[in-house]
Design a protein. Sequence first.
Length: 255
Amino acid sequence: MPRSIWNGGVSFAGVDVPVKVFGATDPQGVQFRELHERDGGEIAHLLVDADGREVDRKDVVKGFEVRPGEYVVLTDDEIKAATAPKRKTVDIEHFVPREQIDPDLYDRPYYLAPQDGAEEAYAVLTAALAKTGRVGIGRVVLRSREQLVAVMESDRMLRMHTMRFADELVDPDKIDLPRTRKPDKRMLDMAARLVDGLSGPFKPGKYRDTYRDRVLKLVKRKAKGEEIDTTPAEAPEPSEDLMAALEASLEGSKR
């Protein structure tokens, strides 16, 4: 049973809804340890200064570079002082249409559950967000840092996403893309038919982390003493005859 990582409330227009915050993700990536090749012992990372001398963790401070080579040192308490809110609340500032939010702005998801006695207020807020199609945009302090968040209804629950600020996204106009000509109509129609042929409802459970599966399978084979083929995969080449490639794909999809 997941445990709440934070207890507080959702606050908007003078209304407080006490909630518990739960992590909504459970990373399943493959974890590797760094080992000494000679004897298989684990590697430890040490803090060293510019001259290579080891530095004790208690002697490390945080500095912000104001000019090249010149730093302003701040203590942990001074950094915490920049975190304005003094109470544990998700302070909603605005409600906005859900479809207006660029998905790239979303970062990490959390579930919000009602604290004891807050079930009615929680249900009212959840239903109101579902009925209006709105998302609450506000701020909360998580892990000693103020974060922009979005609170939304999802399957009759409240879900909260931490968000990136707009200036954290790279402006696509700054990407050097080659000019593309208008596609041939026949090619475009064929490509659209291919897209339609591969279309269907989105089912998250349908997709697995196949990289993780392959690595775990490889580990089992290596543990049995099997030799692993490390020949690198060939990079795909652009189709020399795009029309022929599209026609072959369409024919294959029909079969």
